[in-house]
Write a protein of this length. Structure first.
Length: 409
C-alpha cells in the first residue's frame, strides 16, 4: 500500500511537471561570486561585512583608546546567485513572463541562508504597456545604477531595495512612464521597534512612486517622486499604567534626478536624491518627535531630509578602470525636535559623508576579476534640536581594500 501511494505521488508530480513545461520556456542564469575584503576600522555593515555602508563613530574606552579603530578582514562566497526567467502562454492580448531569483546572503541567526531576491510575473501588451506583480527592485533603484565592486551597489548614496510591488509602465518611442504601489518585506523602515514592515502596514497606504525616463541612443535621463506614509505607533502605555489609542503618522516626499551615458568604451552615470525618511532604501535618514500630548502621550513627527549624490565612470572593455564618488549631506528637519533621545533612523548624528572608490577589473564573457580601494569619511557631531542639523563635527575615516571574482553561467 505504501509503495502504491509513493508511486501515485511520483506519477502526479511527473504529470504536473510535464503539464507545467508545456507552452513554457525556461532560461537559467546565475554566477559564483567570492569577496575578499579588509577594513581599517569597524563599520556599519550587513551581510557579514560584504554590504559595506559607512565607518562607525569613535568609541573611546577608559584610557581614551578608540574601540572601533580595529581592522577586520574576511572572505565569503555566499552571495552566489541562481535565477530563472520564464515565458508562458499569452493571456488575452498580453504576453506573460516571470522571474525567480535567489542567493545565499540572507541575514538571520544563520548567516548562510537561501533568500528570495526577486519573484514576479509580468504582462506586456503591444501598445507599450506592462504590468508587474511581485517582488523586484524598488523604482528609486532605477535603471541608472553604479557599477562598483562593493555588494552595496553604491548605498547609502544609491537607493537599494527589493520589495513587493504593483508596477505599471507605459513606453512610447524614447519615453517610459512608471507608476508603482510598493510594500515592504525585507527592506523596511526604522521606528520605535527598530526596522519593521509594521509601520507601513498600519498606515494602510502603500508607498507610491511616479517617474519618467527618456532614452535616446546611448543617453538616458529621468526623474521621479516617491511618497511614504508611516504610522509609528497605534497605542501608548504610560508609566502610571494608563493606555491610550493614538493616531500618529509621518509622511514624507523624496525626489530623484538621474542620467547616464553608455558608449563603446565609456560609461558615465549619476544620480541625485533629495531623500526624506528613506531608511528602507538603505539611505541615511529617519524622523524625530516634535510634540507630545501631555495627557495621552500622542506624538507628532517630522522627517529628516538628506541631499545625496553619486557619480560613476567606467572606462574600457576587457580591461576596465572605474571611479565612484558619493556625497551625502544632512539638511535637518522643517520643525523643532523635542530631544535627541526621540530620533529614529540611521546615521542621524552624521552631518556629511563622502566616499571615493577606485577599481581595476579584468572582464571576460563568463569571468570577472576586480580589485579596488575605498576611502570613506563620515563627519559625526551633535544634533541641534531647533532644525535637526549636526554641528561640532569630527571626521572618522575607513580604508577598505576588496577583491571580487565572479564566474557567470
Amino acid at each position: 500500500m505504501r509503495k502504491f501511494i509513493l508511486f501515485s505521488c511520483c506519477a502526479a508530480l511527473f504529470c504536473g511537471v510535464c503539464a507545467q513545461k508545456k507552452n513554457f520556456d525556461y532560461s537559467f542564469y546565475g554566477f559564483v561570486r567570492g569577496d575578499l575584503y579588509y577594513n581599517s576600522r569597524s563599520n556599519v555593515e550587513v551581510v557579514d561585512g560584504l554590504f559595506y555602508l559607512y565607518p562607525r563613530d569613535v568609541r573611546p574606552d577608559s584610557d581614551g583608546k578608540d574601540l572601533n579603530a580595529t581592522p577586520a578582514s574576511s572572505f565569503y562566497s555566499f552571495t552566489t546567485r541562481l535565477g530563472v526567467n520564464m515565458k508562458g502562454p499569452d493571456v488575452g492580448a498580453a504576453k506573460t513572463s516571470a522571474n525567480i531569483e535567489s542567493d545565499f546572503g540572507g541575514t538571520t541567526d544563520i548567516n548562510f541562508m537561501l533568500r528570495l531576491r526577486r519573484a514576479y510575473v509580468k504582462l506586456d501588451w503591444d501598445g507599450g504597456s506592462s504590468l508587474l506583480l511581485g517582488q523586484t527592485w524598488h523604482p528609486l533603484f532605477g535603471e541608472v545604477v553604479p557599477d562598483v565592486l562593493n555588494l552595496a551597489t553604491g548605498a547609502p548614496f544609491q537607493p537599494f531595495n527589493r520589495s513587493p510591488q504593483i508596477r505599471y509602465q507605459f513606453r512610447k518611442n524614447t519615453l517610459t512612464l512608471t507608476t508603482a504601489a510598493i510594500y515592504q518585506l525585507v527592506y523596511t523602515s526604522t521606528g520605535f521597534n527598530g526596522k519593521s514592515e509594521q509601520y507601513l502596514k498600519d498606515g494602510v497606504l502603500p508607498e507610491l512612486y511616479l517617474g519618467a525616463d527618456c532614452k535616446r541612443g546611448g543617453f538616458l535621463v529621468g526623474a521621479g517622486i516617491d511618497m511614504i506614509s508611516l504610522k509609528p505607533r497605534l497605542g501608548v502605555i504610560r508609566e502610571d499604567g494608563q493606555m491610550f489609542r493614538v493616531n500618529e503618522r509621518v509622511t514624507s516626499l523624496s525626489y530623484d534626478l538621474h542620467a547616464g551615458y553608455t558608449g563603446a568604451n565609456l560609461r558615465v552615470s549619476g544620480k541625485t536624491v533629495l531623500a526624506s525618511n528613506q531608511t528602507h532604501n538603505v539611505m541615511l535618514g529617519g524622523f524625530g518627535v516634535t510634540e507630545i500630548d501631555s495627557r495621552t502621550g500622542e506624538q507628532k513627527y517630522t522627517p529628516f531630509r538628506h541631499s545625496t549624490s553619486w557619480l560613476n565612470v567606467v572606462y574600457g572593455q576587457k580591461y576596465q578602470a572605474a571611479l565612484f564618488a558619493g556625497y551625502t549631506k544632512n539638511l535637518g528637519t522643517s520643525e523643532r525636535l523635542v530631544g535627541t533621545d526621540k530620533l529614529y533612523g540611521m546615521g542621524l548624528d552624521i552631518d556629511r559623508f563622502t566616499n571615493l572608490s577606485l577599481s581595476l577589473r579584468y572582464v571576460l564573457p563568463h569571468w570577472f576579476v576586480g580589485v579596488g580601494y575605498t576611502l570613506a569619511t563620515a563627519w559625526y557631531g551633535t544634533t541641534v534640536l531647533s532644525d535637526g542639523k549636526v554641528t561640532d563635527t569630527h571626521d572618522v575615516t575607513n580604508h577598505r581594500i576588496e577583491s571580487v571574482f565572479t564566474y557567470f553561467f
